[in-house]
Design a protein around this ligand. Sequence first.
Ligand code: NDP
Length: 294
Amino acid sequence: MTAHIIDGKAIAADLRARVAGEVARVKREHGLVPGLAVVLVGNDPASEVYVRSKHTQTQAAGMASFEHKLPADVAEADLLALIGKLNRDPAVHGILVQLPLPKSIHTETIINAIDPAKDVDGLHPNNAGRLAGGFAALAPCTPLGCIILTKSVHASLEGMNALVIGRSNLVGRPLVQLLLNENATVTIAHSRSRDLPKLAAGADLLYAAVGRPEMVRGDWIKPGATVIDVGINRIPVEGGKPRLVGDVAYQEALNVAGAITPVPGGVGQMTVACLLVNTLRAACAIAGLPAPGV
Ligand code: NDP
């Protein structure tokens, strides 16, 4: 039996279309145009690609997109001044500072300066704390995407055993909180965990967010489990474009898992779609409107 391949591309396209529908509705009924400001510091090529894709998809959803490009040697005070301006700008409902920032800038200071109501990356301590407390919060986009992909396979995650490998603030930790909200039983593993294969053997849902190519082997996986591979690893190819691989040995996993996300074409597709969802939600909340239907 081969695993069902979870089509992140199609699921993300459907989500973007539903966001666009809701954006058109709030525009028509309330004259509200959700706006996303993306701040890029420096010229890291991968970050430039991400920012371009965010810009295109934001506009395609009918939202306003504001791009701010700053040189790598920008003073922290100038970046803070820009964030202050965006916090006060009524046309901006979401602020995303593309990470990583140059080493000269203290990332935590920058994230803490973003108005939590506009923190569509869900990284501000207010949002992280609210999420951890089980309160309504803007949650980080990649874990939100992981939950949607899982729910494309399982209508309810209640009582399922989930293993999350990775404990970053961006992916692993918020994913654990979202899974708890879905009433899953969650184990979180990291670089100091012992016997990952044994932990994986009991997991109905396995999330790999590590950044180590093909670390999770096929024989770790519980037969029939749903595997969500967050990893994006670039493997150099002589004379060609780098090959993208996930944190899961995909070909091996295909023969064991019940369902699996490919890399590319899985989680990566969902991250920007969920950013659009968060921007729409933030805009409605700031305008005092009911939460949108996505
Ligand atoms: P981080 O480097 O911040 O975190 C990696 C986590 O993996 C850490 O918690 C680390 O543990 C853990 N880890 C490292 N080595 C091992 C090991 N041998 N065994 C078990 N755990 C280990 O990465 P991110 O969370 O930011 O990203 C993870 C992956 O997801 C990367 O490949 C990244 O490119 C990808 N990613 C994909 C996105 C998408 O849109 N699809 C978005 C964001 C990230 P410890 O805490 O102990 O150091």
